[in-house]
Ligand binder design. Structure first.
Ligand code: RB5
Length: 144
């Protein structure tokens, strides 16, 4: 996985710039779906735009950042095929990939410090889906 999609609203914009810098330094290519300033905007718009790209290229991964991460995760999880995980620690990040095959990571910029956010991101990107019994459960999610 070398290309990562990323999106935020105004509350997540500052953390998004930090995350983007980290991703680029770590060798990832990124597609930023917006927003592009700290002007007030609507998080579901960016969740939708990012999730549509994942629905087109189902192998891709995305990161969505808003103030709490809640709105982005609610919006993203309305999109078919999207398994968005709001993570506040590295354990959730690891398990959301290993057991839930999360394809979108949601972060709360007003909840997490910068170092913790980057640590969560690193764990999330490096963890592979374990498959097996977890695949059966994820397949059930997709029927809901
Ligand atoms: C914006 O003020 C804030 O509501 C938004 O970033 C997010 O936290 C919503 O869930």
């Amino acid at each position: 996985m070398s290309r990562v999609l990323i999106g935020s609203d105004h509350a997540g914009f500052c953390l998004k710039t930090i995350v983007k810098d980290w991703l680029i330094k770590s060798g990832y290519e990124i597609t930023d779906v917006g927003c592009f300033s700290e002007s007030s905007c609507d998080y579901p718009v960016f969740a939708r735009d990012l999730c549509e790209q994942i629905q087109t290229n189902t192998a891709s991964l995305g990161i969505l950042i808003c103030g709490t991460g809640l709105g982005m995760s609610m919006a993203a999880n309305r999109c078919k095929g999207i398994r968005a995980a709001l993570c506040a620690n590295e354990y959730q990040a690891r398990m959301s990939r290993a057991h839930n095959d999360a394809n979108v990571l949601c972060l709360g910029a007003r909840v997490l410090g910068q170092d913790l956010a980057l640590s969560i991101l690193e764990v999330w990107l490096k963890t592979e889906f374990e498959g097996g019994r977890h695949k059966r459960r994820v397949d059930i999610i997709e029927t809901l």
